[in-house]
Write a protein that binds this ligand. Structure first.
Ligand SMILES: [Zn+2]
Ligand SMILES: [Zn+2]
Length: 137
């Protein structure tokens, strides 16, 4: 299998994935907008067992729009957001898809969440199901 790798902007944090998680989700919550400095986050819900990580990450314990505790991980050197842990999803890492070395491996968006805070000028060319808040999975 071709190797799927990624890392932060400066290269201090690197990872390899044993498999590419099939589900891409786009989150429009206000916290993803703040923490990314952008309009939304693009995420891959990845089993922790599939991630081989090197380098130390800093962590910020956030309480999301949902009220749930979310640990947000980032590179302490360059500040790139790497992903998060949602305490409601043990064993899973919500990887920021933009950290992949080759984002061409990304296919279609499976869902969009927190569309109630989506920027009005954002329109993605996909027909993925939309959730005004957190999806019920
Ligand atoms: Zn970095
Ligand atoms: Zn979010």
């Amino acid at each position: 299998m071709e190797e799927i790798s990624g890392g932060c902007l400066c290269g201090a944090v690197r990872y390899r994935l044993k498999a590419l998680p099939p589900k891409i989700s786009v989150c429009h919550c206000t916290h993803c907008q703040k923490s990314s400095g952008s309009a939304f986050s693009v995420n891959l819900l990845t089993p922790e067992a599939d991630i081989e990580l090197s380098g130390d990450m800093a962590v910020y314990e956030d309480r999301g729009d949902s009220g749930n505790i979310l640990k947000r991980y980032f590179c302490p050197r360059c500040g790139s957001p790497m992903g998060s842990h949602n305490l409601l999803r043990p064993g899973m890492f919500i990887l920021r898809a933009g950290t992949l070395d080759d984002t061409r491996v990304l296919q279609r968006v499976a869902l969009q969440c927190w569309t109630r805070s989506r920027q009005p000028w954002v329109k993605l060319t996909c027909d993925a199901p939309e959730f005004s808040q957190a999806p019920k999975i």
